[in-house]
Design a protein around this ligand. Structure first.
Ligand code: ZN
Length: 370
């Protein structure tokens, strides 16, 4: 079945500069500068994803849109004035390192507002029924950002901003966020900690980034208790671990919550070639996770599904994972063949590892009352 699928992007988002780094290490001292784009969070993985969509002919069959930068009122629903002012000042002064692992370049504040604006426009278009589903190629990403602290390459909390503005405009009541970026969605967790109208689910590699959280013990507080679900997976886990997690935890949690729209924090850094994590997914894993969410969205909320780009640092492989997601969302299969799919499928963990991980996931499901 083909669907009306939107793809929200803007070339300007690719102009956000993360400065001189070697993957994560600031250049200087013993760290040699790298040739070309050097920081892990470079525009290349995203631009190459869009380019592969173009040359495959898929882009022509989607509804491609840009959007206006996010307005100040929407930003202030999540971020305090003093924080926004600091972002603007550093950006106007040519950039610098903000918070924890968040390098900013000249003009990055305006680009971050555009990145959040794309997410807002994608949510609004799907909610209003202009599109069946949508992808927002937001850059910089957002899921680590706290209200008053930049973190993990994130400056504005794109998804929470999009949710809150849509709630204010259209009165949405129940929103679910499924975060499959390989790192913990700590910012989204923090922002909705006390809320029972936003279910947050984060599937991530245990002990990856950021440090200092309690994993599955973090269940939300006050009215939000039970509405935050963390699923830490063992490093080395692959297709089986993620799909089992979907069947045992994500699907029943969404069925129980009954969202009106599902938003995905879509990182591609759980793929087996990512330099910043140790998981083993391939493009068919992302295709299958998207298909499962489409089925759930069809059943629960009229198919309303929005994906917002987060991490993913393999410049060579993110495009193939991204294309698989876009093919699933739109129901259109291109002729593109993933050149390493067979190779990665042959390198999945052994059955005894999968059984061990499955037991741990079963335990978590029990703990969550699912
Ligand atoms: Zn990540």
């Amino acid at each position: 079945m083909s669907r009306r699928t939107g793809f929200f992007f803007d070339e300007y988002c690719f102009w956000h500069s993360t400065g001189l780094h070697a993957v994560m290490l600031p250049v200087g001292g013993w760290v040699q500068p790298m040739a070309g784009s050097s920081h892990a969070e470079s525009p290349e993985s995203k631009r190459r994803m869009k380019n592969l969509m173009d040359v495959s002919g898929l882009s022509d069959q989607l509804d491609l849109r840009s959007a206006a930068p996010c307005d100040e009122e929407a930003l202030r629903r999540i971020h305090p004035d003093h924080y926004l002012q600091r972002l603007k000042t550093v950006s106007d002064q040519g950039g610098g390192m903000l918070g924890i692992e968040a390098p900013m370049g000249p003009g990055s504040y305006e680009i971050a507002k555009l990145s959040a604006g794309l997410a807002c426009a994608a949510v609004n278009a799907v909610w209003q029924g202009e599109l069946d589903n949508a992808y927002s190629l937001s850059r910089p990403p957002g899921h680590h950002c706290l209200p008053d602290q930049s973190m993990g390459f994130c400056f504005l909390a794109n998804i929470p901003i999009a949710i809150e503005q849509a709630k204010a405009k259209y009165g949405l009541r129940r929103v679910a966020v499924v975060d499959w970026d390989v790192h913990h969605g700590n910012g989204t967790q923090h922002i909705f900690w006390q809320r029972d109208d936003v279910l947050t689910i984060s599937i991530h590699q245990d002990g990856c980034f950021p440090s200092g959280y309690s994993g599955e013990q973090d269940r939300g507080g006050g009215a939000g208790e039970g509405f935050n679900i963390n699923i830490p997976l063992l490093a080395g886990g692959g297709h089986d671990a993620y799909l089992y997690t979907f069947d045992k935890i994500v699907a029943p949690a969404l069925e129980r919550f009954k969202p009106e729209i599902i938003i995905v924090a879509c990182g591609f850094d759980a793929n087996s070639t990512d330099p910043l994590a140790r998981m083993q997914l391939h493009s068919d894993s992302y295709r299958e996770m998207t298909n499962r969410l489409l089925q759930l969205a069809d059943h629960l909320c009229g198919g309303k599904l929005v994906l917002v780009h987060e991490g993913g640092y393999s410049e060579a492989y993110v495009p193939f994972c991204g294309l698989a997601v876009m093919e699933a969302l739109s129901g259109i299969r291109t002729k593109v063949v993933d050149p390493v799919l067979t190779f990665i499928k042959e390198q999945q963990p052994r059955e005894d590892f999968n059984q061990f991980q499955r037991k741990a996931i079963d335990q978590l499901a029990l703990q969550f009352g699912l």
